[in-house]
Each structure stands twice: as structure tokens, then as C-alpha cells.
Ligand binder design. Structure first.
Ligand code: ZN
Ligand code: ZN
Length: 576
């Protein structure tokens, strides 16, 4: 943390005290939990006699401004555990925190005006050091005490705080942009997908327009995989316990799996991963070094149990389709395969407009399976590949999974946010557990290398990231509707229909809007739907066999039908 950030964090955490004090003014019986500084702001968790309403935030802000103006010092005091228990006797959450601290430890409290909190600090000197125009309370959310669903649900108030009003205004504008691009909101507005509590949490329904985009992404994905020497496989959605016992998933991954289904005196499990099935395909035959490498890809739908509190739109779900692949190769081929798969990953991410990509290399943890020699070789090949692609990278020493080192690729989106998408992960566990072998040139059976990789991560999550990155304005090649014909009068519907048919013959997704709304209302609707081209036709256009084009960015031009077709086709094939 830089000095600037440290100062901000201190100021934000102090704001949390000021907010808690304001809340206590409003609700003298409030029970207070914890209130840390976070990125861009702070929060505090409360147990309150009633649910907070958005209007309450203004009242609390008013109390906060007053506390800042009255310039109360933050005063530290050391206190014994016994005294702390007495002091906070009406604050059960504080009591629980105090009891968790080691016996005999000296505690510190901070007083600020009439408010006292158990806290390690540090804070600003006095509330007067906080900028009364530099903060705002942003939102109210539910939060379980200590993050546990078995504990009480508290109310968390989030705030943002800055050194001055200008920084605050910039941050609020940024938040507004994030809100506008929220994929859940755009998913509704553009009719792309839905989730239904009645069906089950975290299970995504792709509507026709969202499905259209997914099919385009999948078609592109398949074509590029075949071009890059991959083969497609399909595998079952369930497998018997033998498979998951052999793979080890029932030992170390059971918590994330859906419970078993009994049938024919066997236990079947819905797959949380595709890997063991790909291994079964491998083990169904004998392999010589000459047959390797194998690159087997599958858009494999898996189900995992994620705690309901962590589910979030498309970004965190329970059922999702991984764009999975497994590379199985000899030790000699491993370096080349890693370099190639990294190059391929970057190509795929860049195809969707992600230009800023950074790599994170995670190396051997203390508890690990597999020979150290193999770890070493694998890590070196990952590092070498990242360096040869001239990627910025960080190393998480010892941060790898127990079964192998990996590279994660993270991208920066249009709003500067970082998303982790691709993973390239070695596996020294499954080849041993399933006794995978190949016959080497010396006639000896040896273990192949196995590498898992997903480029987008999952179709669902990638779609969510794409929606937010494009702000719903998908590039022309991915737009569910690429052109909409808008006749200025009812008698021009035939001509509009004719242009639509012509465009569809040329593989352009065109529609005609023959509704009763006025022209301006139609344009506004399609603008909101982010259709790239609105083609407006009147008498003159019909006579000239032309269209008057208005792009979603508001640019206008007039082209003949043929010219318009050609222009849109060019945009589609450029995939920009
Ligand atoms: Zn504090
Ligand atoms: Zn895998």
C-alpha cells in the first residue's frame, strides 16, 4: 500500500466510526458489528430494530456531517479484556469479538465524541480532518454476521469517501457507469437471459437474443479450435461414484458437488468437472508417443454447489458451461504445447476486444503431489511462455493448487476493472490416479503430461463480462439484430420487408419494425436495444432503392441497398 492509499484507508475507516456514531444517534439501541475500510470506501454492519430505507441514508449523512463539523478527536485508550467486556456489555457482537481474543491480551478502544469502538486503529486525528463534501453513503445490503449463513443477517451500509468533493464526484460518475452496464440490468433490458428462484438459484436461462450471441461465440470457438489442432469430444453429465472416487473429487471436492442420485444400487453424481471423462476417453485405448499430443475440447456443462450468498447474476452461478480442453502430451512436447495454448488464449481474448491482459503464475505449494522435477519443468515452461509473449506477469510463489502449477490470465475491461478469464493448469494428480500411460520411443510406458485449460472460463461468466465490457452494445458480428428497417409510413411496409429479405439472403440479421409507434419512438426503442443499424425508409428511398442509415452512435448516411449490404457485411467479417 502506498502512502496515499494508506492515508485514504485511514480516512475511510475513520468515516466508518463516524457513520456508526450517526446510526447510533438514529437508533440508540443499534447493535454494531464491524466497520472496515474497503476499496473506495468503507462499510459498517448493524443489527437494527427495523430495515433501513434509502431515505435513511440522508439522515445518517446529516448526522455524519455534523460530527465532522464539530471536530471530535479520536482518542485511543488501552483497556483490559475484563474492562472491555464490561464496557461493551450491551453490544453482543463486540462481546463475541472480545471473547475470541486471547486471554490477557491488552485491547484498545477509540473514543470519538460519544461513540466508543473496539478497534486497533489507526484513524485520522479528529473528525475535522475528514472532508464533509467528500463522502456519500451508497447502499444498504444484507450481510451475515461473520459471513456465516447460520448467524444473524445484519444490515451493511456502504459508503464512499475521498479527500475532496471533486474526487467524490468522479467516483460517483464511475459508479453510475458501472450501474448502467450491470449485466443483470442489461440482461433484462435487452432480453438476453433470466434466472428463476422457482427453478433453482444460479441456473441460467438463455433467451433467444442471448442464445443467438452464445451460438455465435460457440461457433467461433469451435472453428478456431479445429484450426488450432483440437478435436471436440462430448461426455456424459453424470458419472458413478467409482469415477469420482478414482479422480479424488469425492475426497477433496465433495462440498462443491450436488448430492448423489441413487439408481441401480449405484450412486451417480452430476459432474462438477469434465476432466475424468476425458481421461476415460484416453484410457479407452493404447497410445504411442507418435499419437500425442491430444487436444480435446468440450463445451462441457457442469454443476457446482456455490453458497447462495455468493451467487451473482451470470458471474457466479451453479450451472455453467466451461469452454474446457485437456492437453495430453509427452514431456518433450510440453514446452511447445504450453507456448501454443497461451498464444491461442491471447488470440481468443483479443478477438473479443480485450487488449490489456496480464498473467498470474502460481507455483508449487507446500502440500503437493507429483515429482518436484516435473513441477520445476512445468513452471519453467509456463514462465517461458509468458515471457515469450511479452506479457506482464506476477508470480504467486507457493500459490498453486496441490496438483500442479498454473497461469491465470486477467483482462482489464472498458471501465478499468480486472476480470480473471483464462486458466492454464497442469495436473500431476489425475494421470497418476487413473494410471494414464503412453509408450515412449524407447518402448517404455511413461506418464504423459496433462494440462487443463479454459479460455473464457465459462460461457455464462464470459457473457456477463462481455455484456458489461460492451455496455450491451455488442459489435456488429455479435449483435442479435444487426439492422432494423423502419418505414416512415404504413404503406412502405412492403418495401421494408423486401429489404429485410434481401439482407437475410446475405446473412445479415435484419428485421422490420412495422409497429404503430411514431418514428422517433421507434428510433429510441432500437437505440435502447443497441441495434447497430437503423435503416429508415420513406417514399424517396423506395424510389431510389436505397435506405437512410442511422447508427446506434447517431451517425447518419444514405446508401443504396447493395451498398448498405456490403457495408454491414464488411463490419461483420471484420469482427470489430
Ligand atoms: Zn477504528
Ligand atoms: Zn480439467
Amino acid at each position: 500500500m502506498g502512502i496515499g492509499e494508506e492515508k485514504l484507508a485511514r480516512m475511510r475507516h475513520s468515516m466508518a466510526h463516524v457513520m456508526a456514531s450517526g446510526v447510533l444517534t438514529m437508533f440508540p439501541d443499534a447493535k454494531i458489528a464491524i466497520g472496515p475500510a474497503i476499496e473506495n470506501g468503507f462499510y459498517y454492519d448493524f443489527d437494527l430494530p427495523r430495515r433501513l430505507k434509502p431515505e435513511d441514508l440522508q439522515v445518517i449523512e446529516g448526522h455524519m456531517t455534523q460530527l465532522i463539523e464539530e471536530d471530535y478527536p479520536f482518542e485511543r485508550e488501552s483497556i483490559s479484556r475484563a474492562d472491555a467486556l464490561r464496557l461493551f456489555r450491551n453490544q453482543p457482537y463486540k462481546i463475541e469479538l472480545i471473547k475470541d481474543l486471547p486471554e490477557g491480551e491488552e485491547l484498545s478502544i477509540y473514543r470519538m465524541g460519544s461513540f466508543t469502538d473496539l478497534c486497533r486503529g489507526p484513524h485520522v486525528q479528529s473528525t475535522g480532518k475528514l472532508c464533509p463534501q467528500g463522502f456519500k453513503l451508497i447502499s444498504i445490503a444484507g450481510a451475515y454476521w461473520r459471513g456465516s449463513e447460520r448467524r444473524p443477517m445484519l444490515q451493511r451500509v456502504y459508503g464512499t469517501a475521498w479527500h475532496d468533493s471533486k474526487a467524490l464526484r468522479m467516483h460517483l460518475a464511475y459508479l453510475e457507469e458501472i450501474e448502467k452496464r450491470d449485466h443483470r440490468r442489461l440482461g433484462r433490458e435487452l432480453d438476453l437471459f433470466s434466472l428463476h428462484e422457482q427453478v433453482g438459484a444460479g441456473l441460467v436461462h438463455w433467451h433467444p437474443k442471448g442464445a443467438r450471441i452464445r451460438v455465435l461465440v460457440e461457433d467461433f470457438w469451435r472453428a478456431e479450435h479445429y484450426r488450432n489442432g483440437y478435436e471436440m469430444v462430448f461426455t456424459p453429465h453424470v458419472g458413478k461414484s467409482w469415477l469420482w472416487e478414482t479422480s479424488g473429487h469425492l475426497d477433496f471436492y465433495a462440498e462443491s458437488m450436488y448430492p448423489s442420485i441413487q439408481m441401480d444400487r449405484s450412486d451417480y453424481y452430476i459432474k462438477p468437472m469434465n476432466c475424468p471423462f476425458h481421461v476415460m476417453i484416453y484410457n479407452s485405448g493404447k497410445h504411442s508417443y507418435r499419437d500425442l499430443p491430444y487436444r480435446w475440447a468440450e463445451l462441457g456443462t457442469v454443476y457446482r454447489y456455490e453458497r447462495s450468498g455468493t451467487l451473482h447474476g451470470l458471474l457466479r452461478v451453479r450451472g455453467f458451461t466451461q469452454d474446457d480442453a485437456h492437453l495430453i502430451c509427452t514431456p518433450n512436447q510440453m514446452q511447445g504445447e504450453i507456448r501454443e495454448v497461451l498464444r491461442f488464449s491471447l488470440y481468443m481474448l483479443r478477438s473479443f476486444g480485450f487488449r490489456e491482459i496480464a498473467a498470474y503464475l502460481s507455483t508449487m505449494p507446500e502440500k503437493a503431489v507429483g515429482e518436484p522435477k516435473r513441477w520445476e519443468a512445468a513452471q519453467n515452461s509456463l514462465r517461458e511462455a509468458v515471457e515469450s509473449e511479452k506479457l506482464e506477469y506476477e508470480v504467486d510463489e507457493g500459490g498453486g493448487a496441490f496438483y500442479g502449477p498454473k497461469i491465470d490470465l486477467k483482462v482489464r475491461d472498458a471501465l478499468g476493472r480486472i476480470w480473471q478469464l483464462s486458466t492454464i493448469q497442469f495436473d500431476f494428480n489425475l494421470p497418476d490416479r487413473f494410471d494414464m500411460v503412453f509408450t515412449d520411443s524407447d518402448g517404455v510406458e511413461k506418464r504423459p503430461y496433462m494440462i487443463h485449460r479454459a479460455l473464457f472460463g465459462s460461457m455464462e461468466r464470459f457473457f456477463g463480462v462481455m455484456i458489461e465490457n460492451y455496455g450491451g452494445a455488442f459489435p456488429v458480428w455479435l449483435s442479435p439484430v444487426q439492422a432494423v428497417l423502419i418505414p416512415v409510413a404504413l404503406n412502405l411496409g412492403d418495401y421494408a420487408g423486401e429489404v429485410v429479405r434481401e439482407m437475410r439472403r446475405k446473412d445479415i440479421r435484419a428485421e422490420a419494425d412495422l409497429g404503430n409507434e411514431r418514428l422517433n419512438a421507434k428510433i429510441r426503442n432500437h437505440q435502447i436495444q443497441k441495434v447497430p443499424y437503423m435503416l429508415i425508409v420513406g417514399e424517396r428511398e423506395r424510389e431510389n432503392r436505397s435506405v437512410s442509415i442511422r447508427t446506434r452512435e447517431g451517425e447518419k448516411s444514405s446508401l443504396s441497398i447493395d451498398e448498405a449490404v456490403e457495408m454491414i457485411q464488411k463490419k461483420i467479417s471484420a469482427k470489430e
